[in-house]
Ligand binder design. Structure first.
Ligand SMILES: O=c1ccn([C@@H]2O[C@H](COP(=O)(O)OP(=O)(O)O[C@H]3O[C@H](CO)[C@@H](O)[C@H](O)[C@H]3O)[C@@H](O)[C@H]2O)c(=O)[nH]1
Length: 662
């Protein structure tokens, strides 16, 4: 983020430039047409509702629910226009950095790596992340790597003491061999490696370290023979028998100190610091945001860099922290291991440290949402900070993605709860506060995500209602003979077509777009619904939803299926029930519609739209039919889910029969 200041003017070459995309004018013209079509559609719904006196309560309710669904669709479409009104493409020139600023003037870089559970986030993965960062193409004496361990695990600390030893060989190796893949795991797994004695030696060291760390993690304890240096022995003593992951003192361990630790070639190593914030059952924990706020005043998140200053109020109004030491421009002039510094660090890492301070509210990472990154970014932009999106050809950051559908939906459900916490925040909501602070387009762009879970309303609606009506020979969508039919076709093809075009123009393939829209439908039937319900329960004080960590463990069989493009269901989760119900009901309604069509039903074109809709959903559900009926592996749809969904589909169809035939 930068405070609105541009780049240094000529004669310095630029670090990045941007150009508007050619599709801007077309986007705007299309938006004008589409807006008119939405207005006409809403007029149709209003007309149908006003004719209530001539229709039954059933038709009034159907029209009302159609209106609500279409209003959500219209709102989401309008919010998405914020991304289309002035699209740009940025180009980055990292090669110009050395011509813009001398290496000795590079700013210090603090990198935070969060981890919270050694069994869901294997320490070797976290170690690889840290090693790749320590080996950045950046002066090592300007890098500090902080490992925040919210799991409070001695196993993670052990992994990092081992990583520090390996780093003193790995960093010079990367420098001398000009290695681009600086994560050892990725490097050794790549195909185009050239053999040399150094290569063999470093590979062996890596394999030994990996085996040792994995052995310790598997055993779940660190035997004495592994702890050889005294300073670390002292740190491990903090893990007494009363130490639990939810109740423990702060642990801070300086594993590498850039003012004294050198690699084997004599160059200084970056700082490597382990921090596990104090936890107590009686103090709120604030999850990742709480952990990050203990690390002092700056942050490097998933794929982003911040200036330290952004956490202390807007560009023009400084909000100073309670302690001068935490000020963004404070320069620490004492050694990192000095008693004074460590004492203050322990104080800040205490679990009650922020009480009665501005941390989490006006300073630092903001509390109050399970998507702290989104919420904090939003608040910072509202305060006047500007952000730049860089997307260089060689990705600047790589991360883990969930590979099983249950992990993905669990992650997405947590996001939904966090997003709704922002959307309906009384003070800092995206629509009113966001639009007032940043303008209507930025407010809408943030709202598009904040209201993300609302997609479940139209998705559920259009996955069940027209189909149940069709099974009862009732058409609630326009007939082919009506002019409204063309309006529906335009609205549907327009939104879908533009989405597909944007996807392809940004380098995606049609196949990937098809998968993306399938996932949108799946999310609409699962995590958006469950996330919204859990948010509601949380707001009513009925349940408290915490941060369910996304698993980063790679199971070989699951990975194989993932790379074959096969969905991994496997666990009997309630999340899969509505999805399976939609698959069953749409299959029946499609087959029924087809039969009626073939026998020349007298529905006067009223079959067409619901049948096409069912057909599209059936196509999207093909992997689900396969998971129900054709697969025998561990990733198939669990039988309990199929039985419950079949029973509920039958109950829903019987209920619809009673309603439509009363
Ligand atoms: O109490 C906690 C819970 C989580 N974490 C860390 O937070 C990070 C994100 O958790 P993860 O389960 O990986 O969430 P994802 O949904 O995969 O992550 C995305 O979404 C999160 C918000 O939900 C953001 O924090 C992340 O930056 C973003 O990559 C991980 O490094 C965790 O170790 C903590 O430090 N403390």
């Amino acid at each position: 983020m930068e405070g609105g200041k541009g780049l240094r003017a000529a004669p310095f070459p630029p670090l990045h430039t941007f150009e508007p995309l050619r599709r801007t004018a077309l986007n705007r013209i299309f938006a004008a047409f589409y807006t008119c079509a939405i207005i006409v559609l809403l007029y149709r719904h209003a007309q149908a509702l006003l004719n209530y006196s001539t229709t039954s309560l059933l038709y009034f309710s159907i029209n009302f629910s159609l209106l609500i669904s279409d209003l959500v669709l219209a709102f989401m479409w309008a919010a998405a226009q914020a991304y289309r009104v002035r699209p740009i493409r940025r180009k980055e020139f990292p090669e110009n950095l050395k011509r813009v600023i001398k290496e000795e003037d590079y700013p210090g870089l603090d990198v935070f790596i969060c981890t919270a559970d050694p069994f869901k986030e294997p320490p070797m993965n976290v170690v690889n992340t840290a090693l790749s960062l320590m080996a950045y193409d950046y002066p090592p004496e300007k890098i500090s790597v902080y490992v925040s361990d919210d799991g409070g695990s001695a196993l993670t600390l052990f992994a990092f003491t081992e990583a520090a030893k390996f780093a003193s060989y790995w960093l010079p190796f990367c420098r001398e061999q000009n290695i681009m893949e600086r994560s050892p795991e990725v490097y050794f797994a790549s195909n185009n490696l050239s053999w040399s004695p150094e290569f063999e030696k470093i590979k062996m060291m890596y394999e030994n370290m990996k085996a040792k760390v994995e052995h310790v993690v598997d055993k779940g304890e660190i035997s004495d023979e592994y702890i050889i240096d005294n300073p670390h022995r002292e740190a491990f003593k903090k893990w007494t028998k009363d130490f639990t992951r939810t109740d423990h003192p702060a642990v801070i361990q300086v594993i590498l100190d850039r003012s004294e630790d050198k690699d084997v070639s004599g160059n200084y190593l970056p700082n490597l610091i382990y921090v596990s914030r104090e936890k107590s059952k009686t103090s709120p924990h604030h999850f990742k945001a709480g952990a990050l706020n203990a690390l002092g005043p700056n942050y490097v998140g998933s794929g982003c860099f911040f200036q330290r200053r952004v956490f202390f109020g807007g560009p023009s109004e400084m909000v100073p922290p309670e302690f001068d030491e935490l000020n963004s421009n404070n320069v620490v002039d004492k050694p990192i291991k000095s008693e004074e510094i460590l004492e203050f660090a322990h104080h800040v890492a205490g679990c009650n440290y922020e009480n009665q301070t501005k941390w989490g509210y006006l300073n630092g990472f903001r509390y109050g949402s399970l998507v702290e990154d989104y919420y904090t970014g939003f608040r910072l932009q509202c305060e006047g900070w500007k952000s730049l999106f860089c997307n260089p050809k060689r990705a600047a950051f790589l991360g883990d993605n969930p590979i099983t559908i249950i992990d993905l939906l669990g992650q997405c459900k947590r996001w939904c709860i966090g997003l709704l916490e922002v959307a309906f925040s009384s003070k800092y909501n995206t629509l009113i506060y966001g639009s007032r602070s940043m303008g209507i387009f930025m407010g809408l762009a943030y709202s598009h995500y904040a209201f993300w879970p609302l997609w479940c309303i139209p998705v559920i609606h259009y996955s069940f209602l027209p189909q149940l009506a069709l099974l009862n020979k009732v058409s609630i969508l326009p007939k082919t003979s009506e002019p409204w039919f063309f309006l529906y076709v335009f609205l549907f093809l327009g939104a879908y077509g533009q989405d597909c075009l944007d996807f392809v123009l940004d380098g995606g393939s049609i196949k990937r777009w098809w998968n993306a829209q399938r996932m949108w439908m799946i999310r609409g039937l699962t995590c958006y619904v469950f996330g919204s319900v859990e948010y509601l329960l949380k707001s009513l004080g009925i349940s408290t939803h915490g941060f369910t960590l996304t698993s980063k463990v790679q199971d070989d069989e699951q990975s194989k299926r993932y790379w074959q493009g096969t969905f991994e269901f496997g666990v009997p989760s309630p999340l899969f029930v509505p999805l399976t119900m939609a698959a069953i009901i749409n299959l029946f309604s499609f087959l029924y519609g087809l039969k009626e069509f073939l026998v020349g039903s007298n529905m006067d074109g009223g079959l067409f739209l619901p049948m096409v809709l069912s057909g599209l959903i059936v196509l999207n559900c093909l992997p689900i039919y396969g998971a129900i009926a054709l697969r025998n592996d561990k990733g198939k749809m669990p039988t309990q889910v199929t039985v419950i969904a079949t029973f509920l589909s039958a109950a829903l169809s019987s209920f619809a029969y009673l309603i439509f035939n009363q």
